[in-house]
Design a protein around this ligand. Structure first.
Ligand code: NDP
Ligand code: AKG
Length: 480
């Protein structure tokens, strides 16, 4: 156990000292209080938005080089402190230490990528249809962005929302998720240390009410949200009602198809990674394993062996391969869906029982369920835990049909040695991201990220696509 952090809001460049009625716990050992937290509300959101609004003119007009330098320095600091930040992340969220450090490095890379984006050419010169007239298009900053982040990527998601917002000259009010405020707070400190002027980035810590106050604030020009579908729908309705920009990243029920011709060993490792790493708490996790009949039983047996062998334990223990769920609520959600699947006729091949380890923590046994039907709730609703089910199909066409029969459309994967099926899958899978012979989870940071159907709403996040959400285009005509 280590010290309990005393967190505070960051508003207008200052840490605001208030009462700290909240606590965040280490999910690996709930006796360990990671942080005591303030409970922000309307007053703090008003102050943060006012600070961001006041900082907007100078930040948006600053040389792109100034913005690039700050982001580059922040990226360097994040990467230099990967051990310390990764440890905090793992203590707070429950990812294993290698996963925590890996995510920290990813955040550093994202900051550096957007340092580069700030300097890249984004405008265009065009000939007019009218002789003698010239046209230029410019990308301009929009204003104040409200960023509402989830707990499952406590540093990478804050980074991939904040970095493009700042790179293109906007200012920010961020609300981190309840279970993981300390990592976001550490990132805020680094942005300040890297030289961000006061008011450009503000952090308000609190519960859902803070998010709602950001969404409803008349001076917030755009809101980017990652989280549940239910909250996302309210965020979109609130933002659209006052014509603010909005971008949502929500859940998935991501399929992984395994065909007869797959390299079976590779298929098993791909499923293991996609379904169970990061405790299955990734919106890109593979939760439906759609396997053709000829290899189904062999695949299930091999995967079950690997799943049963996963060492579940304290996220900071070097021997641990899978950490706990982030919270009691997430742990209970997993067990609820395991029961639902069991009652619906699913066969628990491995896992499914409550885990009691030496530390009091929110541990879930990694669980594989076979003999499930595509229409069962375990195959239609997001679990967001280390639980995967298999669906037996006769051939590729049936597999594709099952894969596409979902309200979600974030990621979809296939394991096959058939070029024909791989190419067909890339074209016909109804998902924003497709993976061939790779896990559905674990994406690059310099390319677009997002889904179709109920998974996402609005412009894509990340990489070169992020400019769409964080800038507006001005078209200028001139004649001389
Ligand atoms: N990457 C993804 O796609 C994610 C998906 N989820 C899905 O959501 C489920 C539940 O997780 P949960 O943490 O409860 O997700 P939420 O959607 O409740 O939380 C996401 C973020 O929204 C905030 N929030 C909560 N209520 C409001 C509101 N009314 N207006 C604006 N912001 C709000 C949360 O704050 P606070 O934490 O303080 O309540 C948090 O910062 C998971 O099981 C999973 O299915 C969750 C996280 C990430
Ligand atoms: O799979 C990844 O790398 C990203 C997943 C993600 O963004 C999420 O779970 O919210």
């Amino acid at each position: 156990m280590t010290d309990t952090l005393q967190l505070s809001h960051l508003i207008d460049g200052e840490r605001v000292e208030t009462a700290r009625p909240g606590e965040s716990h280490n999910p690996s050992n709930t006796n360990d209080i990671v942080a005591r937290t303030p409970d922000g509300g309307q007053a703090e959101v008003d102050a943060a938005v006012a600070a961001a609004r006041a900082a907007f003119p100078s930040w948006s007009e600053a040389s792109p080089e100034v913005r690039a330098d700050v982001l580059d320095r922040a990226g360097t600091l994040v990467m230099e402190r990967r051990e310390q930040l990764g440890r905090l992340l793992s203590r707070e969220e429950g990812k294993t230490l290698p996963e925590g450090i890996g995510e920290t490095v990813r955040a550093g890379r994202i900051l550096k990528y957007f340092a580069g984006e700030a300097l890249r050419r984004h405008g265009q010169n065009l000939d007019s249809v009218r002789p003698g007239v010239e046209i230029q298009t410019y990308r301009q900053a929009v204003g104040v962005y409200g960023l509402i982040t989830p707990w499952n990527f406590p540093i990478a998601i804050p980074a991939w929302k904040a970095a493009p917002a700042l790179a293109f000259g906007n200012t920010v009010v961020m609300k981190p998720a309840g279970p993981t405020p300390a990592t976001a707070s550490a990132l805020a400190d680094i942005l300040v240390e890297a030289g961000l002027p006061k008011g450009v980035f503000n952090l308000v810590i609190g519960r859902g009410g803070v998010g709602q106050a950001i969404v409803d604030h008349p001076d917030v020009d755009g809101v980017s949200f990652t989280g549940s579908q239910g909250v996302g729908a309210g965020v979109a309705a609130g933002a659209v009602a006052r014509q603010a920009r909005v971008q949502l990243e929500m859940g998935g029920k991501n399929p992984l198809i395994v065909l007869d011709d797959a390299d079976l060993e590779r298929a098993v490792m791909i499923a293991l990674d996609g379904s169970y790493y990061a405790t299955g708490q990734r919106c890109t996790a593979s939760s439906r394993l759609i396997v053709t009949d000829a290899i189904h039983d062999k695949f299930v047996a091999l995967l079950a062996e690997k799943v049963a062998a996963l060492r579940v334990g304290d996220a900071l223990d070097p021997n641990t391969q899978m950490g706990p769920a982030v919270s009691e609520a997430q742990m209970e959600t997993s067990y609820k869906y395991i029961d639902i699947a069991r009652q619906g006729g699913g066969r628990i091949v491995t896992g499914g029982e409550r885990l009691s380890l030496e530390n009091p923590g929110w541990y879930v046994q990694p669980t594989l369920i076979a003999d499930t039907d595509p229409a069962m709730r375990i195959n239609t609703e997001e679990v967001f835990g280390p639980v995967a089910s298999t669906i037996r199909v006769k051939d590729y066409e049936e597999a594709l049909n099952v894969a596409n029969t979902t309200e979600f459309g974030l990621a979809a994967g296939i394991v096959t040695t058939s070029l024909k099926h791989a190419r067909d899958f890339q074209r016909r899978a109804k998902a924003g991201m497709t993976m061939v012979n790779l896990p559905t989870a674990g994406v690059d940071y310099h390319v677009p990220f997002g889904g179709t159907k109920s998974s996402s709403y609005g412009a894509r996040e990340q990489g070169f696509a992020a400019i769409e959400f964080y800038t507006q285009t001005k078209t200028s005509y001139s004649w001389s």
